[in-house]
Design a protein around this ligand. Structure first.
Ligand SMILES: Nc1ncnc2c1ncn2[C@@H]1O[C@H](COP(=O)(O)OP(=O)(O)OP(=O)(O)O)[C@@H](O)[C@H]1O
Length: 259
């Protein structure tokens, strides 16, 4: 897996009369964690939906390692190595943690209906490899002891890490995270932060992180972009952003949780 550089160029989208994102440009270095923060309705989720191809922009484009993603269908963008997690976890609660990861792996490996129906040797080999890979991914997110536990029985912090493991099953180079720390207790948020750092440092992933939990954002990000009313309000290191008077003013009305 090579590290991915993401270039967001003058990206904009209009929903009827509302300019939800107004010509926003962001450069994200390979193998880095870049956060996008901003008050509710600032355009953060819209940005993720534009990068993953769910929405088509009114202006601008998204470029991953020199290749233009804008205009490609979502599955082609995913095939280029872009994965995401959602604000609300989308786990199969009745299935075990390991099975949830295996589903992600099967979708990705797709060893073929013929091999699986006829139980060809390639099927068993693929199954064995998938089981090993699922356990590796669970260990990576600190859930090695929870493989057999139903996803619905895991604590919220564990469920969020399981979502990460499942997203990793498709072998992404760029991971987009939509509020992974929302609602987590302090210790859980800390556990999540250390997993995010591992994904960057051990897997060499590039991460675009959206979150309101400032402890996590400030603790893991190299750079932060602040959006407000669809526009870029500020950008810089966590320290620069924290001291920026425009950012402080934008947050005065509704201070970010966990700040
Ligand atoms: N599909 C859509 N149709 C119409 N308006 C939309 C659509 N998606 C988002 N919007 C509007 O675009 C603006 C930006 O929304 P978005 O969800 O991106 O904000 P956000 O920064 O992610 O907010 P939050 O922190 O609450 O998740 C909002 O005013 C929202 O109502």
């Amino acid at each position: 897996m090579s590290a991915a550089a993401l270039k967001i160029e003058s990206l904009g989208i209009r929903f009827g009369g509302l300019l939800a994102l107004d010509e926003v440009s962001i450069d994200i270095a390979p193998r880095s964690i870049h956060a996008v923060i901003g008050p509710n309705g600032a355009g953060k989720s819209t940005l993720v939906n534009l990068v993953t191809g769910i929405y088509a922009p009114t202006t601008g484009r998204v470029i991953l390692d020199g290749e233009v993603l804008t205009g490609l269908p979502t599955h082609r963008i995913a095939a280029r190595g872009v994965a995401r997690t959602f604000q609300n976890t989308e786990l199969f609660t009745e299935l075990s943690a390991r099975e949830n990861v295996l589903i992600g792996l099967h979708r990705h490996l797709g060893y073929g209906l013929l091999a699986s129906t006829l139980r060809l040797p390639s099927f068993y080999r693929a199954e064995r490899d998938a089981a090993r890979r699922a356990d590796e991914l669970l260990a990576l997110v600190g859930l090695e002891a929870q493989g057999g536990t139903a996803a619905g029985d895991l604590a919220l912090g564990q469920q969020r890490r399981l979502e990460l493991a499942r997203a990793l099953a498709v072998g992404p180079r760029l991971l987009l995270l939509d509020e992974p720390a929302a609602g987590l207790r302090a210790a859980e948020a800390e556990g999540l932060s250390s997993v995010l750092l591992r994904l960057r440092d051990e897997l060499g992933l590039t991460l675009l992180l959206i979150d309101h939990v400032m402890r996590v954002v400030m603790g893991v990000s190299e750079r932060i972009t602040v959006l407000n009313y669809g526009r870029k309000l500020a950008e810089g290191t966590p320290e620069e952003v924290r001291r920026n008077p425009d950012v402080i003013a934008a947050y005065l009305g509704g201070s970010p949780h966990g700040a």
